[in-house]
Design a protein around this ligand. Structure first.
Ligand SMILES: C[S@@+](CC[C@H](N)C(=O)[O-])C[C@H]1O[C@@H](n2cnc3c(N)ncnc32)[C@H](O)[C@@H]1O
Length: 369
């Protein structure tokens, strides 16, 4: 595994929310017995919180509001890349110890596990066969997806690209990371050479022009190769009346989107946006899968409980990093004001009665033979 979180297994996806994430302090507090009531029944628990050489230019991160940001192409991406320590976390019957975790990187890894569980442990859905040769993960983050896919397909070379050199050094021999700006076209990959181009969680923050992105994917894909995007619509959804009036969670999403628009990016997404972009790029046999990703283990659908826990943890963990750039640079907020809203947002998410989720979609399309 890429970092210090134990691998999710199929067991993890299939059992109820009763899992200890294997981390140094995880045993400091025993999980609750089945049916036991947490000390504060209305919330999930008080302590839930949230290979290559590189030049010094790339390693010298930019610092703003106490957070570090990528230095290569500084300013292009608005989220941090840092290794800030975070507090311990224990969520009802799932216990995660964050003492040694690294904030933004671990937010990405925790979110990765949420997606894996939501997808029944599948890293991707595109039917690329059992013997792919070349797989690319664009905007790979910590590289956790690339490493897992490299393990699963030892006959394939898996390349992950990113602006930040935050990937581990010890990786499977068939996995390679490269610092690359995916918005600089043409990409370095040869035409007609790739079996699968994969993206996850790039919408808006990284890619706003999907047509150009998919046209470049089309160029580098082999005939019969696929591009797959696993993305979500950045807006809270709620199917009942569980959100309080003037909900902090809802305000946070609205303000984040307002800042995004001011910065020139769009965090809202419909699956049809990706379908239309793929069609315009010439991709065929396009398939769409949609999912609801809950914030917290509130769903009556057992399969959604653990993705919900991981999503809640990743959001509590990453909320400040996700918000800082847009709120301070584009909405004119200072960090003190922001932290008040974030505290209210976290408190609301922790309440079991608040049933929010986001819409996730997986869209894949094929380069014709
Ligand atoms: C939200 S994270 C998603 C990471 C990973 N795909 C995942 O799902 O865990 C977005 C990643 O894209 C990277 N990124 C941002 N702009 C980029 C660009 N122009 N080219 C390549 N990577 C970029 C960021 O450094 C970050 O690691």
């Amino acid at each position: 595994m890429a970092n210090n979180i134990a691998a999710p297994t199929e067991d993890l996806a299939s059992t109820d929310a009763e899992t200890t994430i294997n981390h140094p302090l995880a045993s400091s507090e025993a999980p609750l017995e089945d049916g036991a009531t947490p000390s504060n029944d209305s919330t999930y628990g008080d302590d839930i919180s949230s290979t290559f050489s590189v030049t010094s230019l790339i390693r010298d991160y930019e610092i703003e509001n106490g957070r570090t940001y990528h230095a290569f192409k500084a300013g292009r991406y608005l989220m941090p890349n840092d290794e800030v320590s975070a507090p311990n976390c224990n969520c009802s019957r799932i216990i995660i110890d964050f003492r040694n975790l690294k904030e933004e990187q671990d937010r990405m890894d925790i979110a990765y596990h949420a997606f894996r569980m939501l997808f029944d442990n599948k890293p991707f859905f595109a039917p690329i066969g059992d013997n792919p040769q070349e797989i690319v993960d664009v905007g790979t983050g910590t590289g956790i997806w690339a490493i897992d896919v490299g393990d699963a397909y030892p006959g394939a070379r898996v390349r992950g690209t990113d602006l930040s050199p935050i990937q581990p050094i010890f990786v499977p021999p068939n996995v390679v990371f490269q610092i690359d700006d995916c918005l600089e076209y043409p990409w370095t990959f040869k035409e007609n050479s790739i079996d699968l181009v994969h993206t996850r969680d790039l919408h808006g923050w990284v890619v706003n022009d999907w047509v150009t992105f998919y046209k470049e994917s089309f160029r580098v894909l082999k005939p019969g190769g696929y591009v797959e995007s696993q993305e979500f619509d950045c807006m809270d959804k709620c199917d009942d009346d569980s959100l309080p009036p003037n909900s902090a969670v809802h305000q946070w999403f609205q303000l984040l989107n307002e800042g995004a628009v001011k910065s020139g990016i769009n965090l809202r997404l419909k699956p049809s946006d990706l379908v239309e972009a793929m069609e315009e790029a010439g991709l065929v046999d396009i398939e769409v899968k949609t999912f609801k990703l809950p914030f917290g283990p509130w769903s009556s659908d057992k399969k959604l409980k653990q993705p919900g826990i991981f999503t809640l943890v990743s959001m509590l963990e990453g909320l400040s990093g996700i918000s800082a750039g847009l709120f301070t640079r584009y909405l004119g907020w200072d960090m003190n004001r922001l932290e008040v809203l974030l505290a209210a947002t976290r408190a609301e998410w922790r309440q079991k009665k608040v049933h929010t989720y986001v819409d996730v979609c997986v869209v894949y399309g094929k380069k014709p033979l």
